[in-house]
Design a protein around this ligand. Structure first.
Ligand code: SF4
Ligand code: SF4
Length: 442
């Protein structure tokens, strides 16, 4: 099967990055790669989704990797996983899983799941600022994405289910598979979990996740975890402070110590990202040069600069996020000049943040518990399929209110450009359609 055919299957089946921003997977299949990295790192605290997938579906993940390798002519793949998790799964560093595919263990460091850090850790190759992994011959897919690639090719199965961790300050944590579009309130009800008063729920981990409303939000293809925590822990307090509040705090307390820059994992890779300068630019617009603002696009939003580094409680990341929004609106980003060289800091290894420390700083260490795996998929009697579950152009509904659909039917086509279709995740009738969502009721 040539590469083009795999691309068209992945697009047709709506496969997008399951572990991050939802980049359509077919868009990563280009010539010039010699290494496939399967990202099973899950560096956010309290997350066990990829761990469970590797435990339950490693042969299928390996099959997905083989498909990508065959169709892109890549000879080598690594399943990148934290060393302590590999050990509990009975896997060892360098263990061969299939010809050309082996395990690669990495230390328990945050944010090791960031693909730029991961590629450097696993291969020693540094992706130049603003470039894509393919520039160094690497394609990175999350473990669940590769599993979905396998299902798309071998089973002709579109992406209609999602693996999740449900954890945090709840009596028992779970990993479970649910229909895409299931209301979060229904997910929590099905496993008898509530979000008490003065608690919040993260869609994702407690450092990079987004606080969502469990009463109105739904599971999308990029939902990796639902983490329920008290609203007074550092992980939440930092996120709820506005940019203006951060800048006011910085105006009176920032001592330009540069600790936020010294410990920034992208800065430690040699990237020209200096959060202390971006904070200063936010305070003193005269320092806001276009060159400096462009460096904000290099931030991976790990929040080490705020919650861990800054002794004054300032979050440079929140200010950087504002700059990133402006850059995105203007279609601008930092791109390394041809021939420009970047060198990781000599002290990078000793400055990286140990995950256990990160958990403690966020205030979530006491909530970390190994989840119970629920082998039977949860079912839903109503789902809301969003048209924007991926980076790129939104999907376009192709059904009308009153239409009957069966699980797996296409309900939205791919939009023009980088896009994928959407599929019914339950059997039922269409009860609502607009440009943003489609509701199906059983
Ligand atoms: S760590 Fe805090 S106080 Fe130090 S430069 Fe950064 S923002 Fe300012
Ligand atoms: S959030 Fe802060 S520490 Fe993390 S990459 Fe961005 S600037 Fe660096």
């Amino acid at each position: 099967m040539p590469e083009l055919k795999l691309k068209s299957i992945l697009q047709k089946c709506g496969v997008v990055g399951a572990g991050g921003a939802g980049f359509p997977s077919y868009g990563k299949l280009t010539d010039g790669a010699d290494l496939l990295v399967i990202n099973c790192i899950e560096c956010e605290p309290l997350m066990y989704t990829d761990y469970e997938l590797v435990r339950e579906k490693l042969p299928e993940i390996v099959q997905g990797a083989q498909l990508v390798m065959e169709h892109t002519n890549i000879k080598r793949a690594v399943v990148a996983i934290k060393a302590y998790r590999a050990m509990t799964l009975g896997l060892a560093d360098s263990q061969e899983l299939a010809p050309g595919i082996c395990v690669k263990t990495v230390p328990n460091i945050y944010p090791m799941g960031d693909e730029i850090n991961l590629i450097y850790q696993v291969t020693g190759r540094l992706i130049k600022p603003g470039n894509l992994p393919i520039s160094q011959g690497v394609i990175v897919y999350n473990a669940e994405t590769v599993y979905n690639i396998r299902n798309a090719v071998h089973e002709n199965m579109p992406v209609i289910t999602k693996w999740l961790t449900i954890g945090g300050d709840i009596p028992e944590a779970y990993t479970v598979k649910v229909p895409v579009g299931m209301r979060i309130s229904d997910v929590l009800k099905a496993i008898n979990v509530t979000v008490p008063k003065n608690y919040v729920m993260f869609d994702g981990g407690p450092s990079m996740g987004i606080i969502k409303n469990p009463a109105s939000d739904v599971v999308v293809k990029t939902t990796k975890a639902l983490i329920i925590v008290p609203d007074n822990i550092p992980a939440v307090v930092q996120k709820q402070r506005t940019v203006e509040q951060n800048l006011r705090l910085a105006a009176s307390t920032c001592c330009s110590c540069t600790r936020c820059t010294d410990l920034c994992p992208r800065h430690l890779l040699g990237y020209p990202l200096e959060p202390h300068k971006l904070i200063r630019a936010g305070l003193y617009p005269a320092q806001e040069t276009p060159e400096l603002i462009r460096t904000a696009s290099l931030c991976c939003s790990c929040d080490i600069c705020g919650t861990f580094s800054c002794c004054q409680g300032i979050s440079p990341m929140m200010v950087i996020k504002e700059y990133k929004k402006i850059l995105a609106e203007k279609g601008m980003k930092y791109v390394a000049a041809p021939g420009q060289e970047f060198t990781p800091a000599e002290n990078r290894d000793s400055c990286m943040l140990v995950s256990q420390k990160w958990k403690e700083v966020l205030g979530v260490a006491k909530f970390d518990k190994h989840p119970t795996y629920i082998p039977k998929d949860l079912t839903a009697d109503k789902v809301e399929i969003r048209m924007r579950q991926h980076i790129g152009v939104p999907s376009v509904p192709c059904v009308a209110v009153g239409d009957k659909v069966t699980v797996g039917d296409m309900i939205a086509t791919a939009g023009p450009g980088l896009s994928v279709p959407q599929y019914a995740s339950i059997t039922g009738s269409i009860t609502f359609v607009d440009e943003n969502r489609i509701i199906i009721e059983a």
